[in-house]
Each structure stands twice: as C-alpha cells, then as structure tokens.
Design a protein. Sequence first.
Length: 310
Amino acid sequence: MKIGIVGAGMVGSAAGYAIALKGTASKIVFVDYNAGLARAQAEDIAHAVPFASSTVVTAGDYAELKGAGVVILAAGVGQKPGESRLELLTRNAEVFRQIIGKVLDAAPDAILLVATNPVDIMTQIATRLSGLPPARVIGSGTILDTARFRHLIGEHLGVAPRSVHAYVLGEHGDSEVLCWSSARAGTLSVKDFAAQMRVPLTEGVKARIDDGVRNAAYTIINGKGATWYGIGAGLERLVRAIARDEQTVLSVSIVTPKVEGVQDVALSIPRIVGAQGVVSDLFPELDDGEHEALGASARLLKETLDALEY
Ligand SMILES: NC(=O)C1=CN([C@@H]2O[C@H](COP(=O)(O)OP(=O)(O)OC[C@H]3O[C@@H](n4cnc5c(N)ncnc54)[C@H](O)[C@@H]3O)[C@@H](O)[C@H]2O)C=CC1
Ligand SMILES: CC(=O)C(=O)O
C-alpha cells in the first residue's frame, strides 16, 4: 500500500521511519509546505531502507499522493513547554483548512489518519471538511496514552507491556480516562495479578501511574521540545492494521454518534480497525467514576469544538 504523510516534521518523519523499517508500506510520499524538509526526510529515511525493507520513500507535491490508501496528517504546530494541546486548536484548524481539500483532490479513496493536536477535535474538523464517513477519518487518539499506560503498568508489575490489556479512553489530553476497572495482565485483573506476584498496587501507585500517563507529553516536551517516537510507532501500528486488514482492537478517535449522552463527538474508545477503517466500536465496561470521567471528557471536547468558528 502507498502511504502519504502530510507534515514532514518530527511526528511525520518518525511515522515514516517506523513504516519504512517495518516494511508496512510499499511506498511513502512526504508532503510539506517546507518542500526542502520533506525531500531531506525522505532521503534520510530512504538510506535506512537497505537495512530493513524494500519501501520506496519519496517527497513531492499533493499530486504525488495519488493512489495512496492512507494519508497521515501530521502538519501543524506542536505544544511549547507548558502549553496544552487544546491551545493549538485555532492555528491547526487553519492548517487543516489549507490541506484537506488538496489531499482529497489527489487521493479521494484514502483513509485519513489524523495525528495533529488537539487530535480529537482535529479529527472532527477533518471529518467535516472532507465529507468522508467517520469510519475513514481516524485520529490516533489515545493509542499513545494506552501504550504509556501499558508501559507503566508492565514496569510496575514486572510483566511485558504486551501482556497488559488496558485502555485509556476519551480525550488525548488532560481529561483522558485511565480505565483501571478492566485493566488486565495476562488473564488476571491487575489487582489479582499484583496480589499473586506480591507487588503492591495501592491508590498511591495508581495515582503515580495516572500522573505518568496524563503528563508524559509535558515532561518529554520540557526535556526535548516535542514527542515523536511513541506516536511514530503508534501511527505505524494503525497503518499496519489497515494495510493488512487486521481487525485489530485499538483505542482510536472517530466522530461517534453518542458517548455518555454527548452526541457527535470525536474521542477514543477501543475500536476494531481493518481495511475499511473503523469497523466497530467496542464500548468497554466502566465503573461509576470512569463513566463520569468519560462524560466530562466528551463534554469538554464538544464544548471546545462548538466554541470554534470554522
Ligand atoms: N497525536 C499524538 O499523539 C501526537 C500529536 N502530535 C502533534 O503532531 C503535530 C506535529 O508535531 P511535530 O511533528 O512535532 O511538529 P513539527 O513542527 O516538527 O512538524 C510539523 C510540520 O508541519 C508542516 N506544516 C505546517 N503547516 C503546514 C501546511 N499548512 N501545509 C503543509 N505542511 C505544514 C511544517 O512545515 C512542519 O514540517 C503537532 O500538532 C503535535 O502536537 C505530537 C505528538 C503526539
Ligand atoms: C504531544 C502529544 O500529544 C503527546 O506526546 O502525547
């Protein structure tokens, strides 16, 4: 499958690098209004390919996206230290106004994968601007937060993160909901796993993990200016699920008819992803506190979108 990546900065290039190393795509095309940057990223990543796969990596104008099965949207500004994702909205909504039409003119059949922040609202904007069905405009949503959650649970319990089955729901942002009530390690609830392994899983430990997940972006941005490896790998995972029609469960954001009483809001819940995009939503079982927090997250996203004139 041919993949387009619009926005050849840190996130776009990390996604391209992960896709090229894994050989997930036959071809990658970078597009950026900084054409020199797009060419440089493509050339640099192409030099990694002989070690790993046979992916062809190039750069070009929007017309070069013709035939792409997936186009990743990673164009726009990122957070400065201390800035929230929601504060990027006005600037990045303008970027999407400039690029979505051009992407669709060249690649009308592509599934759009949105990474630009605030990713849930940008996904809703991309859905409206493109006129595509919600199932084909997928925000990376909490795919990254879910990975962070699994990493920290695995580290604490002494088990591989791939054996941890736990999800972060709602906004990819400050109001996200760590779903402890259904978190499992292997076949056990994390509570029972911790008891069997004699590892404490106190409210204090949970609060530390919550803080580590919720504030990871702020911490990393303070240290190196931006985050890119985690989301680059997450975007590759999503492309793979689509390219190979995997029917894999991933926590991603699409416009959803109703969540906790809030209508038409883009946020993350676990969903099945395959060649047609999102195939099904899987509403998880939640405890009362998680229901309430997911409702608050949905209302925040909806109100923020409604306040934006576009
Ligand atoms: N969804 C997620 O989990 C994550 C999302 N992000 C978000 O991804 C976005 C990109 O972040 P970075 O790659 O670090 O930023 P960056 O500044 O390194 O790259 C952004 C690129 O977009 C390009 N661009 C800007 N406006 C454009 C336009 N109108 N047309 C074409 N290209 C345009 C710029 O030239 C630049 O190369 C940000 O909004 C950031 O917050 C970052 C990390 C994780
Ligand atoms: C920047 C961002 O959204 C993240 O790393 O979670």
